[in-house]
Design a protein around this ligand. Structure first.
Ligand SMILES: Nc1nc2c(ncn2[C@@H]2O[C@H](COP(=O)(O)OP(=O)(O)OP(=O)(O)O)[C@@H](O)[C@H]2O)c(=O)[nH]1
Ligand SMILES: [Mg+2]
Length: 427
């Protein structure tokens, strides 16, 4: 089974908590706070692996979590950083945010790496909170917790040349004789079930060819393997359109040519406009190949769109016409623009809400405060510690949360819920 679109879950590592410790040493009375910082959580990193050409590895493996940062320790020792998680993807993988369907990144280049999600920052140890008035800070900061995101990976192969044609016309055979690729070849329809890539070389020139499963009439309505595979030649610059000139399966070669073009057009107008080299295959099967080739060319002359396309008769079996074809491929590519990568959409993926504050009245004497800003605040506070709680209270005042609650009608003795913290308001 070929997999070229998957949904996966990714989560960067949490930051480690800061430590709350004091220096204890012989002959050093009242040693100060020496709690080290927590380690940063590991990042989620995507990396192109050019030897992959499907997303099949993600079929059963859908959850990716980077390591958490370790907690800080005494003696000012910082916690260990969590290891990054590197996810290998095939070249041409487009990453989208599953919620908004926006493009996060196109993994376009051969050795591209991309930090998709940053690990949470480590909490600060209590040594940072010492001041002249607070000599024994009994609290430390918690590490930042990270969220899980759902992303879509979609493979759109990147190749210079796409090979299309009816099933069995010899697409894979051609790939196997002009490149080092070893695709499966057999005398039945739909031998190829997933795209094969091959690198074509001549002197110092190279280009990449993609052989895709055969198309048939009605592919755009889902007949045969459908036309979904055309996704993998969308990002090519040139099409090799293979036609079995021998008519070995009883179809008319020019009708074949027209039918495939119709399917291309049904899939996308852009693809239908792509320059083509027409390759007439299996010439060795005909007694009088020249006549069939002439007839094909005559019909082609009348075609509005492709009348100027170059035509190359070949026999992959006899290795005839291949040199000329390869030369033409390089000559055509020289004049064609490079493939452009897909631009990322303008939005910040994985950006956390750290600003919103929402106050609601749940009952006459019960209030709740929600939002990204208070979540952040709660994570940095140890409520059982009076000093930490005092800091928390100060921030509630400073951020205008107390004022907002008073406006909603909060009075002495009412209960306020903030995240996991619950307290009674005293004037
Ligand atoms: N006589 C002759 N047979 C050929 C030639 N090229 C390919 N064939 C045969 O045609 C059959 C189909 O070849 P494939 O390369 O598998 O065809 P394909 O277009 O990749 O087919 P699908 O993957 O099913 O779409 C095989 O039996 C090949 O041996 C040729 O130049 N001459
Ligand atoms: Mg094939």
């Amino acid at each position: 089974m070929f997999v070229d679109k998957v949904k996966i879950f990714v989560k960067a590592g949490n930051g480690g908590d800061g430590a709350c410790t004091f220096r204890r040493e012989k002959y050093v009375p009242n040693g100060g706070p020496d709690g080290g910082d927590g380690g940063k959580g590991g990042d989620i990193v995507l990396k192109v692996n050019p030897s992959l050409n499907t997303l099949v590895d993600f079929r059963f493996n859908k959850h990716f979590r980077a390591e958490d940062g370790e907690k800080g320790m005494g003696k000012n020792c910082a916690g260990k950083r969590g290891a990054d998680l590197i996810i290998p993807v095939p070249q041409g993988t487009i990453v989208k945010d599953a919620k908004t369907n926006k493009v996060v990144i196109d993994m376009f280049d051969k050795d591209q790496t991309f930090v998709l999600l940053n690990g949470g920052y480590g909490g600060k140890g209590n040594q940072h909170f010492a001041s002249s008035r607070r000599q024994t800070p009994n609290f430390a900061q918690k590490g930042q917790l990270t969220e899980e995101y759902e992303i879509i990976l979609e493979l759109k192969t990147i190749a210079d040349v796409g090979i299309v044609g009816f099933p069995n016309v010899g697409k894979s055979t051609l790939l196997s004789v002009i490149t080092q690729a070893k695709p499966k070849i057999a005398n039945y329809h739909f031998t190829t079930l997933s795209p094969n890539l091959g690198v074509l070389k001549k002197y110092d020139k190279t280009c990449v060819l993609a052989d895709i499963p055969g198309l048939i009439e009605g592919a755009s309505e889902g007949v045969g393997l459908g036309h979904e595979f055309l996704r993998h030649i969308e990002r090519t610059r040139l099409i090799l359109h293979l036609v079995d000139i021998s008519g070995s399966e009883g179809r008319d070669p020019f009708e074949d040519f027209k039918n495939i073009n119709k399917e291309l057009k049904n899939y996308s107008e852009v693809l239908a406009e792509r320059p083509q080299i027409i390759v007439l295959t299996k010439c060795d099967l005909l007694e009088n190949a020249d006549l069939a080739i002439e007839n094909f060319k005559k019909s082609l002359k009348k075609d509005k769109h492709f009348c100027k396309s170059p035509v190359f008769p070949i026999s992959a079996y006899k290795h005839e016409g291949l040199n000329e074809l390869v030369d033409q491929i390089f000559a055509s590519l020289e004049n064609l623009p490079k493939i452009e990568k897909i631009e990322s959409d303008e939005f910040e993926f994985g950006l956390k809400d750290t600003l919103s504050i929402e106050c609601v009245k749940l009952a006459d004497d019960l209030f709740e405060v929600k939002g990204g800003r208070v979540d952040e605040l709660c994570r940095r506070v140890i409520i059982s510690d009076p000093q930490s709680f005092a800091y928390f209270h100060k921030r509630l005042k400073k951020d205008g949360i107390i004022d907002k609650l008073l406006k909603l009608g909060m009075k002495d003795g009412d209960t306020v819920i903030i995240g996991e913290i619950e307290f009674v308001y005293e004037e």
